[in-house]
Design a protein around this ligand. Structure first.
Ligand SMILES: NC(=O)c1ccc[n+]([C@@H]2O[C@H](COP(=O)([O-])OP(=O)(O)OC[C@H]3O[C@@H](n4cnc5c(N)ncnc54)[C@H](OP(=O)(O)O)[C@@H]3O)[C@@H](O)[C@H]2O)c1
Length: 303
């Protein structure tokens, strides 16, 4: 085994980009994927295809997992428990902080150590200098493999708790998906009026650039300062109602603006009419949403 060897399990768009980045840097890469054909192109580029998960685990101390979620990890590694001993599993799959902690314990019981990873870039960002990944887990395991992991992106180590990297990642994804879905929803409304996504793009880009708002409001939020000198919740409530009616008139699904309106109205009911919309952060923290609004917890399969 040399330093420049690694195993990658999971060859979706992210895993394939990871293998390509390692190959570009001259690494010897062993790969395994449930759907074996996804390895074909990588094998043509020089990757070694492991016939079994055990073989993939045996090839290297560092094993990078790039899977849809941690359930996929249990499905793949569950039957391979003896081969796990002595491995460092860099789990770059998305899941909750609780799942990351549970998995670290599960792996430790089988003699392996987990580095949780939360990659902050799409496949095109892997192997590029400005990209970053959150990591957490045993510091010595991280330091031992830092150089290899930094072939993929720069590494932002958060600490020993295996849940920390997952937490940072989910905080980011909470914003990311909401922003992206609100953009898609707006495009759906625009299209009913003959405005294409491309035509709308300059406005979308300008609107998505909310840096000045975040920079202005973040220190105020931290100071508990929700004074309504710049905006009032009542103004925001009226504004989002106008949005909702515009969406409804276009015949487009109103779920998203209705959810935003609901948050504003809960703030109003909480006596915050003359406060800034930032006071919603306190309303959210109080978790006043009606029962059943949250998505059901996924059913977790265990080997
Ligand atoms: N794509 C992005 O832009 C992006 C950006 C940042 C982070 N991420 C995160 O990175 C991870 C990988 O992303 P991706 O886009 O490559 O994901 P993906 O398309 O969901 O593919 C992930 C891999 O998981 C495997 N898999 C899923 N369920 C399985 C099961 N039950 N048993 C065995 N294998 C299973 C798939 O195997 P098969 O090929 O056999 O289906 C595939 O190799 C995800 O956690 C994602 O949230 C993605």
């Amino acid at each position: 085994m040399t330093d420049r060897t690694v195993t990658v399990i999971g060859l979706g768009p992210m895993g394939r980009a990871m293998v390509n980045a390692f190959l570009d840097r001259g690494y010897q890469v062993t790969v395994w994927n449930r759907t074996a054909a996804k390895a074909d192109e990588l094998v043509r580029r020089g990757a070694r295809r492991a016939a079994t998960v055990d073989e993939a685990l045996a090839a290297n101390e560092l094993v990078v997992l790039s899977l849809t979620d941690y359930d996929a990890m249990y499905a793949i590694l569950g039957p391979a428990t003896t081969a796990l001993s002595g491995r460092v599993i860099a789990n770059l799959s998305s899941d909750t902080p609780e799942q990351a902690r549970e998995a670290a314990t599960w792996l430790a019981e089988r003699g392996a150590r987990q580095l949780t990873g939360g990659m902050q870039v799409p496949p095109s960002g892997i192997g590029t200098p400005d990209s970053a990944t959150y990591y957490s887990g045993p510091a010595d395991a991280f330091e031992a493999h830092r150089q290899t992991l930094e072939v993929l992106t720069s590494a932002d180590y958060q600490g020993e708790d295996p849940g920390l990297a997952a937490l940072r990642y989910q905080l980011q994804m909470n914003m990311f998906w909401t922003i992206m879905v609100s953009w898609l929803h707006t495009v759906a409304v625009a299209r009913t009026h003959g405005i294409t996504a491309t035509e709308f793009l300059p406005v979308a880009l300008k609107t998505a650039d909310v840096a000045q708002f975040l920079e202005f409001y973040a220190p105020r939020i931290d100071a508990g300062d929700h004074r309504g000198d710049v905006d009032r919740l009542a103004m925001g409530e009226a504004s989002i109602r106008h949005v909702l009616h515009t969406v409804r008139a276009a015949g487009v699904d109103t779920t998203l603006p209705a959810a935003v309106l609901d948050a504003f109205q809960r703030g109003m009911a909480d006596g915050r009419v003359d406060q800034s919309f930032t006071s919603l952060v306190e309303v959210f923290a109080a978790d006043t949403a009606v029962d059943g609004r949250d998505a059901p917890a996924p059913v977790r399969a265990r080997p």
